[in-house]
Design a protein around this ligand. Structure first.
Ligand code: ADP
Ligand code: ASP
Ligand code: MG
Length: 443
């Protein structure tokens, strides 16, 4: 029998009512055997996510040596959930132990991980399934990278002979035995890891929207849904800000060709989005698949006559940035010009100043200029490489909305075109692109 791994996100864990729906979803398909859960998310707009409450606990712990006050809010979320579900689990005892260990470990990542731990304890009880602690089976290396080989081996051994099991997402353990977390939204990665370890036929990611939408629903009202995405398109869209799925969650499943399906816990019969290996992707005929973006980039613009003839110019510029351990997102370049696009947060603590001085010293540019508050918007789709005039349509739509494009980068894969605009123009620009490719002229 094939096996499905299901990851349920924060809104799917938010209260007892939704958890009861989650139980129905799992029990409606006997292939849904391995479950990965997030910490409870927001129940309504303005509510707090449990993970955010836990980060507050750590702040309190740093100041007062205990986290009594902040932990109360966490305690009340879980006693409410467990109380309404009529569990046998003594949730107060589990919460007491958790609070004690938070104080003892005194680590932000450990504290943050407890939302997933507690969710998984509850869901395991609700399903009558085994609880497998990620602390025992998900491993990080010394340098913080994920240790796949050991993790897949341990998960596979842990599930042997089990009919159903529940794993907490978001965390694992380092070689010193300390709990550490993935970056925010990382339960998606945990789900992909379990899917790979148990050789799942499908990785179902259950969230609060009916799949991947053509753009962020906070920006465009009810954007069109995407039926099928390739791994490559997913990577581009999620990396560029479509955070419905963590951008790193494709790596474990891609190697094993496991498709991902994004489904809506609140509308389980909706088809959702299927993400398939690029080789198995059948183009839908749409020019553009989706649009995503991120704000707050800084551009360092460099101009020097005969730059292209100066051997080693780009290497010298990049080594200045490497010395500051800063990642460069894009490097659009012309004959005598190059621009470096960097996330503004990376340049705090005088790194920008040091980089500018370093570049001036290393390559003596004619002009070096900094442009801040830039947003990047990626328009993505396999269909773009085979339809003539896509870039013209894109740029015309942006110009018609009276938005000034500060930078253009078209990757050689022709899978995407990235434009840089002012932060203030970000939402308007996404709406203009959406209008052009999804509304005005059909798709
Ligand atoms: P979960 O808690 O289930 O992991 P997330 O909040 O991480 O859920 O991701 C789902 C949210 O992602 C949606 O509620 C939606 O607001 C947001 N989102 C942003 N861009 C997109 C997109 N292109 N398609 C679908 N959802 C998107
Ligand atoms: N709870 C974690 C977060 O809020 C991880 C996750 O939900 O995927 O980031
Ligand atoms: Mg998420």
């Amino acid at each position: 029998m094939s096996v499905k791994v299901c990851k349920f996100g924060g809104t799917s864990m938010a209260d007892a009512g939704v958890i009861a729906e989650v139980k129905k979803i799992i029990e409606s398909d006997e292939e849904r055997r391995f479950i990965v859960v997030s910490a409870p998310g927001k129940r309504y707009s303005g509510d707090s996510k449990v993970t955010d409450l836990l980060y507050k606990c750590h702040e309190e712990l740093k100041k007062r040596k205990n986290c009594k006050k902040s932990f109360e809010a966490v305690r009340s979320r879980f006693t409410d959930i467990a109380g309404r579900l009529n569990l046998k689990l003594d949730i107060n005892a589990v919460l007491d132990e958790t609070e004690e260990r938070i104080v003892k470990e005194n680590s932000e990542q450990f504290t943050a991980s407890r939302g997933e731990y507690l969710s998984a304890r509850i869901v395991a009880e609700v399903l009558g399934a085994e609880f497998i602690d990620a602390e025992k089976v998900v491993f990080f290396n010394e340098d913080g990278t994920f240790n796949g080989e050991r993790t897949y081996r341990e998960i596979s051994a842990a599930v042997t002979g089990l009919k159903k099991a529940v794993f907490p997402g978001f965390y694992g353990v380092d070689p010193e035995g300390r709990v550490r977390t993935f970056s925010r939204g990382g339960s998606d990665i945990s789900g992909a890891i379990v899917a790979r370890a148990v050789h799942a036929s499908l990785y179902e990611n259950w969230t609060d929207v009916s799949g991947f939408l053509a753009c962020d629903p906070h920006i465009v009202d009810s954007p069109k849904g995407i039926k099928t995405l390739s791994y490559k398109e997913l990577r581009e869209l999620s990396y560029m800000g479509a955070n419905v799925l963590h951008s790193e969650s494709i790596f474990p499943v891609r190697k094993a060709n496991i498709p991902i399906c994004i489904k809506n816990t609140f509308r389980p019969d909706d088809e959702g989005t299927t993400i398939v290996p690029t080789s198995r992707y059948i183009p839908s005929g749409n020019t553009v698949t989706g649009i995503a973006g991120k704000k707050n980039f800084t551009v360092i613009f460099i101009e020097k006559s005969l730059m292209n003839a100066e051997i080693g110019f780009i290497r010298r510029v990049l080594s200045v940035i490497e010395d500051e351990r800063v990642a460069v997102e894009h490097i659009p370049s012309g004959i005598d010009t190059m621009s470096l696009l960097i996330e503004s947060d990376e340049l705090a603590n005088y790194k920008l100043e040091r980089i500018l001085d370093g570049i001036k010293y290393a390559v003596e540019p004619d002009i070096i200029r900094v442009i801040e508050n830039i947003a990047l918007i990626a328009t993505v789709g396999h269909g773009m490489s085979c339809s003539v005039g896509t870039s013209a349509r894109l740029f015309n739509a942006i110009a018609a909305a009276d938005i000034n494009i500060k930078m253009i980068d078209q990757g050689s894969s022709e899978l995407n075109i990235i434009v840089g605009v002012k932060n203030d123009d970000y939402e308007r620009c996404i709406r203009a692109i959406y209008q052009e490719f999804f509304v005005n002229r059909g798709i």
